[in-house]
Design a protein around this ligand. Structure first.
Ligand code: F6P
Length: 382
């Protein structure tokens, strides 16, 4: 259970030595390749300064006494050999907002409570000096709220969706793009053999970064992203035009958040224990059905789903994850809090959390990647 683990006393700094610190690190929201690399970098960079690191399990749950998850010491030995591992050794959740925590009442009803006070109290009791919060939009909003209530927080931008502002890239994105590119490439050859249309639905929440990058890299014929609402007739025109020129197959890459010009985002219901959750998804099957109906072409759809989140980070994600982790510890050393480390090539800089969370970073519709795709004949269905 949370907030019970003994983590030892902070070390005393000698004369002239930097004061010893104790840093907490957690991972929140949907996982992304590279989380373990950040954790390792935080632990090793902190250890190099003689500081201790503790890991908070399952987002913020580890801080709460009755929630699943503990607080555990993270020594250099504890993070040995994890850079290349997918997932997170600390566990994560995207249903654990301490400001809106579901508490079961004796009569079985659920009441939502703000449990921030317990986190602040645990932080104090454990003698922690800083929290390195590794998360996406949702988790970093929680971190920003905690920062506003006095917690010294440094954020690290994680998400396969790449939708955080103020950073050129989030770690996890490039690996997801690679996975999706590989999948579209494999489907390409079978689509060609059978003269079929394939519709591949990729993740990205409300943005089209994964669809755009993987669609272009895998030479999809049609790419549908939320930033450019599509007209299904234009999509079918592209497929039929290819047919007329002797190309009997087509590859369509659709972002899960893509929207038709006259419609809304497609949602699906997924089981979560006895609960049911509403999630973005289902657009791939819908587009495939509409293409089949309008063109008469045999059309199949595939949802890549969590394959894009799993597995080892690629070299690029390992590199930026390690850089982010080391930079977060530098922020702690500099006493710079309420910030997020951000990639601003060739640098990693600290930016205010408020700036990073000011908006969702959408694909620029007149940006170079979209223009490149258009120049190569790719249709966006507009
Ligand atoms: O934000 C990351 C992400 O993978 C999105 O791309 C996707 O819409 C969502 O999380 C899926 O969440 P869950 O794992 O809860 O289904």
């Amino acid at each position: 259970m949370g907030a019970r683990a003994s983590t030892g006393e902070p070390k005393a700094g000698g004369a002239g030595a930097p004061a010893s610190r104790r840093i907490a690190v957690n991972t929140g929201g949907g996982d992304a390749p590279g989380l373990n690399a950040v954790i390792r970098a935080v632990v090793l960079a902190a250890s190099g300064r003689g500081w201790d690191v503790v890991g908070i399990e399952n987002g913020y749950a580890g801080f709460l006494a009755d929630a699943p998850g503990d607080i555990r010491p993270l020594t250099p030995a504890a993070v040995r050999g994890i850079t290349h591992l997918g997932g997170t050794i600390l566990g994560s959740t995207n249903r654990g907002n301490p400001m809106d925590w579901p508490c079961e009442l004796p009569d079985g009803r659920i009441e939502r409570r703000d449990r921030t006070g317990e986190i602040l109290e645990a932080f104090e009791r454990l003698g922690l000096d800083a929290l390195v919060a590794i998360g996406g939009d949702g988790s970093l909003h929680i971190a920003a709220d905690l920062a506003a209530r006095g917690l010294p927080v440094v954020g690290v931008p994680k998400t396969i969706d790449n939708d955080l502002a103020a950073t050129t890239l989030t770690f996890g994105f490039m690996t997801a793009v690679e996975t999706a590119t590989d999948a579209i490439g494999r489907l390409h050859s079978t689509a060609e053999s059978h003269g079929r249309v394939f519709v591949v639905e990729v993740m990205g929440a409300g943005t089209g970064w994964i669809a755009l990058f993987s669609g272009v890299a895998a030479t999809a014929d049609v790419i549908l992203i939320p930033e450019i609402p599509y007209d299904i007739d234009r999509v079918c025109e592209k497929i039929l035009e290819r047919e007329r020129s002797g190309k009997r197959f087509s590859m369509v890459c659709v972002a899960e958040g893509a929207v038709p010009i006259d419609g809304a985002i497609t949602m699906k219901t997924v089981p979560a224990g006895r609960d049911r959750l509403r999630k973005i998804g289902g657009i791939g099957a819908r587009v495939a059905q509409e293409i089949a109906d309008r063109t008469g072409k045999e059309t199949r759809s595939l949802v890549l789903g969590h394959l894009q989140r799993g597995g080892p980070p690629n070299a690029y994600d390992r590199l930026i994850a390690l850089r982010f982790g080391a930079a977060a510890v530098q922020c702690v050393d500099d006493g710079q809090f309420g910030c997020m480390v951000a990639l601003d090539p060739p640098h990693v800089r600290a930016v205010p959390l408020a700036e990073a969370l000011s908006e969702i970073k959408a694909v620029p519709v007149d940006g170079d990647v979209v223009r490149t795709a258009r120049a190569l004949g790719t249709s966006f269905g507009d």
